[in-house]
Design a protein around this ligand. Structure first.
Ligand SMILES: Cc1cc2nc3c(=O)[nH]c(=O)nc-3n(C[C@H](O)[C@H](O)[C@H](O)COP(=O)(O)O)c2cc1C
Length: 327
């Protein structure tokens, strides 16, 4: 069952969440092979764009293999966000949706009036979003939380729809709750009746049943895979299967997970070079072996978290474990 973000058809009901430090081009390309309906960039700073910061511009690289793609912007004022859109236009990028980050809880972001702090200024938020919608060449979406300290999604979601947003992603926690504790999907059980635009929900989607449950409670159009998909890309494929009524989920094993990890590594090496790739991979690679019930698998995870600096050292770690524990 597909849905529309304005004129853009989203063909699958699982969406790859934006994650700063993780959802680079190579990660999106890798995950896109498991068929999410939409992928997001990491959050992109308005000032980074305005000052043509190289790191910011590099974060926008895409050859199109990660599409449909939403570029997620964060900024603290209408003026700077509009200027950032000018830079996006100049760069001639391939993307499909412009997303506004109204969800980030990190103090470095909220203290400038960006991210989740926007929802504490509803009049200014409405004015900013209306301006962005009329300025953006692409459909505009927004990512929000249930609220700041208290739940206010029942006011903010309709306000965003009225301002012209075509799609909402809602993380079922407040800003105060950051990323921990159970998400509150039940706080979103009436939102379907309060807005007409499509929306997706986010929070602790680690297994197929988490996704089915979240969709059932909220009647959302889609569900977002974030931390649960790191090291477990088959989650996206299997949620899609379940939504199509199939139950023969693809199971994984040591060799399959190793093959997937090496593929992601290859994509990252092409994008980022060796040093950057292995700095980032040390937090991602161990997750590929998290759900395997294998002897002493923790020892491999700790080597991956500490000692990998090159493709050879990664391959050696995997092969050493296999020789030691699995033959
Ligand atoms: C490391 C990390 C980075 C994140 N970065 C972003 C971001 O750049 N933009 C955003 O809207 N949400 C960001 N999020 C929030 C996720 O998109 C998602 O909504 C949240 O993690 C809840 O889903 P989960 O509990 O399934 O992980 C981030 C989350 C994590 C863990």
């Amino acid at each position: 069952m597909s849905f529309l973000i304005k004129d853009l058809e989203i063909k699958k009901r699982v969406i790859l969440a934006p994650m700063a430090g993780i959802t680079s081009f190579s990660y999106r390309k890798f995950m896109n092979e498991f068929n999410p309906g939409l992928t997001y960039t990491e959050m992109i700073s308005d000032f980074g764009l305005i000052f043509h910061n190289k790191k910011t511009i590099d974060m926008l690289y895409s050859d199109g293999s990660d599409r449909p793609l939403a570029i997620q912007l964060f900024g603290g004022s209408k003026e700077t966000i509009l200027k950032a859109i000018d830079v996006l236009n100049e760069l001639n990028l391939k993307y499909d949706v412009l997303d506004l980050n109204l969800a980030c809880p990190v103090p470095k972001v909220t203290k400038n009036g960006s991210g989740s702090s926007w929802v504490t200024r509803p009049d200014e938020l409405y004015d900013m979003v209306r301006a962005v919608v009329s300025y953006s060449p692409k459909p505009v979406s927004a990512k929000i939380r249930l609220g700041y300290d208290e739940v206010n999604v029942d006011t903010i979601a309709p306000l965003l729809e009225k301002a012209g947003v075509s799609f909402l992603a809602i993380h079922a926690r407040t800003k105060k709750e950051l990323y921990s504790g159970k998400p509150h999907f039940e706080s979103l059980k009436n939102i379907r009746d309060e807005i007409s635009i499509p929306f997706c929900v986010s929070g602790n989607i680690y297994e197929v049943n988490d996704a089915l449950e979240a969709l059932k409670i909220t009647r959302a159009d889609a569900v977002m895979v974030a931390r649960g998909g790191v090291g477990n890309p088959l989650l996206i494929k299997n949620i899609n299967e379940a939504l199509d009524g199939n139950e023969n989920f693809e199971k994984t094993n040591f060799d399959k997970q190793s093959e997937l990890l090496l593929k992601l590594t290859d994509y990252m090496l092409n994008e980022k070079g060796e040093r950057q790739t292995f700095l980032i991979l040390r937090s991602i690679a161990p997750k590929f072996y998290l759900n395997l019930d294998l002897p002493n698998i923790k020892s491999l995870r700790s080597v991956l978290a500490r000692d990998i600096t090159s493709l050879d050292s990664l391959k050696n770690a995997i092969n050493d474990y296999k020789k030691r524990e699995l033959v």
